[in-house]
Ligand binder design. Structure first.
Ligand SMILES: Nc1ncnc2c1ncn2[C@@H]1O[C@H](COP(=O)(O)OP(=O)(O)OP(=O)(O)O)[C@@H](O)[C@H]1O
Ligand code: SF4
Ligand SMILES: [Mg+2]
Length: 350
């Protein structure tokens, strides 16, 4: 018998039924009168060494999902299973604070705004070295050495470590943010819109740097963006969120060429490169995003969906695997034909 030597990808993160509700309080007694369902029953996984792009319009819950994974906020419900360096799965959602510290070394975040996320009164040495200091790692000279290494990794000269962030451009500041995220040598990086605040010309450089670092350091990325075009080249798989729900998850190529959820197709139609063959059938996104404190009954997307039927207005669809590794939450996913886009084989944004 011939043995199958191809190794199955290993899960690094497995999120199941994640919920984060923010209470709405009113009046003198601050009574709870409702909740913002920022993340409302979200499930997905990330394999070791891959990039999962997480996309959706503003307010759909991308940052809240990211913050739950890092336990920067406590989830309301759900499981966040993370495979630690010793190979054991731990539920980050339920881990006591005392054990979170060790785990946080393995997960780090890159923030959107390189201008406000770096303290202007700290030198690069203090900014990039702070996670080492907070975790009690190394003495001053060892920390300097590790900061120098991290700066080199992101293409900055180690002698810059005595300077302050104002001396650097937007792209360079984001490199500083990346160096800070890397200094503890984490396994998972959650990058929350890491290029959204940068000029388009600089965006491609930072994306390329992140891809090189992934290769070199065996990193796994959750890469958040509100625009599908940004995640196109960096993501192995893409997850699309709408009003706190996961609506579609698929391998990147498949999601772009053959979307199965009308919301994904609508996001793609607003992309500058629609498939010329299907230009006549563009899916236009109409109306306003639903209110996460008062979502419509049935499918949350139904008031904006041109494919909606009666069932969509009464029953919530469930995320279902309709073909291998392709998950969709739509009653009509099997029957409707949606236009995709052409995948150009270029590097960077486009
Ligand atoms: N601390 C909080 N308290 C109350 N509501 C919150 C809090 N944080 C987020 N929200 C609400 O939760 C919802 C999801 O917000 P979140 O920031 O996760 O969205 P997002 O997808 O990251 O949006 P953006 O693209 O604008 O960054 C929004 O309605 C937001 O107003
Ligand atoms: S379930 Fe219905 S309303 Fe929702 S996306 Fe599918 S077709 Fe549209
Ligand atoms: Mg956000």
């Amino acid at each position: 018998m011939v043995e199958d030597t191809k190794q199955a990808p290993q899960r690094l993160l497995d999120v199941t039924d994640l919920r984060k509700y923010f209470p709405i309080k009113k009046g003198f007694l601050r009574r709870e009168v409702g909740a913002i369902r920022a993340v409302d029953d979200v499930s997905f996984f990330i394999n070791e060494g891959e990039t999962l792009g997480l996309v959706g319009e503003s307010g759909c819950g991308k940052t809240t999902t990211s913050r739950c994974i890092l336990r920067a906020v406590d989830p309301t419900d759900g499981q966040i299973m993370f495979r630690s360096a010793v190979g054991e799965f731990v539920d980050v959602a339920k881990l006591p604070q005392s054990q979170l510290r060790l785990l946080r070394r393995e997960m780090q975040m890159i923030f959107q705004d390189p201008f406000s996320s770096l303290n202007p009164r700290m030198t690069l040495l203090d900014i990039v070295g702070e996670p080492l200091l907070n975790n009690g790692i190394g003495n001053r000279s060892e920390r300097e050495e590790r900061v120098a290494d991290a700066l080199e990794l992101v293409g900055l000269r180690p002698e810059f470590m005595r300077r302050y962030p104002h001396a650097f451009s937007g792209g360079q500041r984001q490199r500083i943010g990346i160096a800070r995220a890397l200094v503890l040598r984490p396994r998972l990086i959650v990058a929350d819109e890491p290029v959204s605040a940068l000029d388009v010309s600089v965006q491609a450089q930072v994306l390329n740097l992140m891809m090189e670092l992934q290769e070199e350091l065996d990193l796994t990325y959750l890469f958040v963006a509100h625009d599908l075009s940004v995640v196109k080249h960096i993501s192995d798989r893409v997850a699309v969120m709408y009003v706190g729900k996961m609506v579609e998850v698929a391998v990147s190529q498949e999601l772009f060429v053959q979307p199965r959820h009308p919301y994904t197709a609508a996001l793609l139609s607003s992309n500058p490169q629609p498939d010329p063959r299907s230009r006549s059938e563009r899916v236009v996104l109409q109306g306003e995003v639903a209110n996460p404190a008062d979502p419509p009954p049935g499918c949350y997307f139904n008031p904006r969906c041109s494919y909606a039927t009666d069932i969509c207005r009464t029953q919530a669809p469930q995320l279902t695997e309709i073909s291998p590794e392709h998950y969709v939450s739509c009653h009509r996913a099997e029957e409707i034909e949606l236009p995709g886009v052409v995948m150009a084989d270029s590097n960077g944004i486009g």
